[in-house]
Design a protein around this ligand. Structure first.
Ligand code: PHE
Length: 456
């Protein structure tokens, strides 16, 4: 066994990894982002690519990432160093840990801005502002929010504050309780929405859009977005899953847990899409390719029209906020763990340091929806567009590629087999083969193809 840094905790219960990792995975990515990028990229073909990438690339790499964390029993940077040492590989591989922590930080910066929007929508729901909304008025309300910088900054600040609060108290306690209760509740509410979409929306059109395959919609750009999103939604290559894996008891089966998390995550995303698109198709004035506002424009219309919409609407946005919260916690945790374990900073100091910097970088995202909206930095991207593109479509796949090569080709096989000793020989061999041959190759192709928008 490698040395464990003293302060490194282990989850209180066997199932906590699944809960925490699901809390990390299920978030804005599933409910806000997945439907809107599906809408922008043509529907069924995109969904299909996304599902294939989750299965062939996401799951094998997630198993690898958890394994690295648990073997290294430390924050992502130190865990990579531990495993490199143990297997006799150069410490250069630490780069994976660095890239992960950096990507996590950048994502945290914009994620908290969007999560702030959900807070605003909780208050609008409670004030009955959803009543009688139609496509045009809902769009107007959303645009008015985006134009109001101060309000956006206020919510962003509140949201980052909430994240700091939990991470400051340590992950195990607060998170365990929160996730155990909230995730099931969120899912139930999504089912309520789905029921509404079946009854009141154009369900056939929504389902056809999501699952009707049209080869015309296949494109390299869509593939790159689908791949990036597969990483984003599973919280991969950001250190989050590695950090959570490092708290996992040694006798848990990594394979079973990862499969469970990936399935739950996919289920939530598909349900969210199936709830949103029928409403979109039944509402004049909004279209599937609405962009980042899709959820915020379409769902309030549904809540405004349904019985007890005030309660359901408020509850829904509260739950989305909480889902986002359990995700940002896992984004902040790796960097905090690194600073405390490497530089012996106090947990609170490390926390505040990173949160304040993320807040500051996040201001650029706030401005990207108003003052800076039309200012393009590279290609067609403004500030938010660029951070989103660079992190999701470049850093995550690149981190994933390096991780696949490291686990598949560099780490000694006996170490891998030992960490995956709970798995059957067949499962292990299949995983190992896919991770060595399929995942890196597919990743490389899609990654290179995805560079194009930079030069448009
Ligand atoms: N997986 C989260 C989501 O889909 C986002 C996230 C990414 C959270 C990375 C933590 C780490 O919303």
């Amino acid at each position: 066994m490698v040395n464990k840094p003293k302060q490194h905790a282990i989850w209180g219960h066997r199932g906590t990894f699944v809960l925490a990792a699901t809390g990390s995975a299920v978030g804005l990515g599933n409910i806000w982002k997945f439907p809107y990028i599906t809408g922008e990229n043509g529907g069924g073909a995109f969904v299909l690519m996304y599902l294939v990438f989750i299965a062939m690339i996401g799951v094998p790499i997630m198993i690898g990432e958890v394994l690295l964390g648990r073997r290294g029993r430390a924050n992502p940077v130190n865990a990579m160093a531990q495993v490199s040492d143990e297997t006799g590989a150069p410490r250069l591989w630490n780069g994976i840990g660095w890239c992960a922590v950096l990507a996590g930080f950048l994502i945290l910066s914009y994620y908290s801005v969007i999560a702030g929007w959900t807070l605003e929508y909780v208050t609008s729901a409670l004030q009955g502002e959803f009543a009688g909304l139609d496509g045009a008025s809902s769009t107007l309300a959303f645009e008015a929010l985006l134009a109001d910088k101060n309000r956006l900054i206020g919510w962003q600040t509140l949201f980052i504050g909430l994240t700091v609060l939990v991470v400051a108290f340590g992950v195990t306690k607060g998170l365990e309780t929160a996730v155990r209760l909230l995730m099931p509740l969120l899912f139930v509410l999504l089912l309520v929405l789905l029921g509404y979409a079946v009854v009141a929306g154009d369900f056939a059109a929504g389902a056809e859009f999501m699952f009707g395959f049209n080869a015309r919609d296949l494109s390299w750009e869509a593939a790159s977005i689908a791949l990036g999103h597969a990483f984003f939604t599973l919280s991969l290559a950001m250190g989050a899953i590695m950090a959570y894996g490092s708290y996992m008891p040694g006798n848990s089966s990594i394979g079973t847990m990862v499969l469970t998390v990936a399935m739950l995550d996919t289920l939530v995303a598909l349900t969210a899409g199936l709830a949103i698109f029928p409403i979109v198709f039944a509402t004049p004035g909004i279209s599937p390719s609405e962009g980042a506002g899709l959820m915020f424009v379409s769902l309030p219309i549904a809540f405004g029209a349904m019985p007890m919409g005030v309660v359901f609407g408020a509850l829904f946005f509260v739950l989305v906020t909480l889902a986002a919260w359990s995700s940002t916690i896992s984004l902040l945790e790796p960097a905090v763990a690194y600073l405390t374990e490497r530089f012996s900073l106090k947990r609170l100091t490390a926390n505040l340091l990173i949160a304040c910097s993320a807040w500051f970088v996040g201001l650029g995202t706030v401005l990207s929806f108003n003052d800076w909206e039309g200012i393009t930095l590279i290609g067609k991207f403004n500030f938010f567009g660029l951070i989103d593109f660079v992190t999701t479509n470049l850093m995550l796949p690149l981190g994933g590629l390096l991780m696949a090569i490291f686990v598949g080709w560099v780490v000694r096989r006996d170490i891998l087999r030992n960490e995956l000793r709970q798995e059957s020989e067949r499962f292990f061999n299949l995983w190992y083969w896919v991770l060595r041959y399929i995942s890196p190759l597919a990743l490389l192709i899609v990654l290179l193809a995805g560079l194009r928008p930079l030069f448009d």
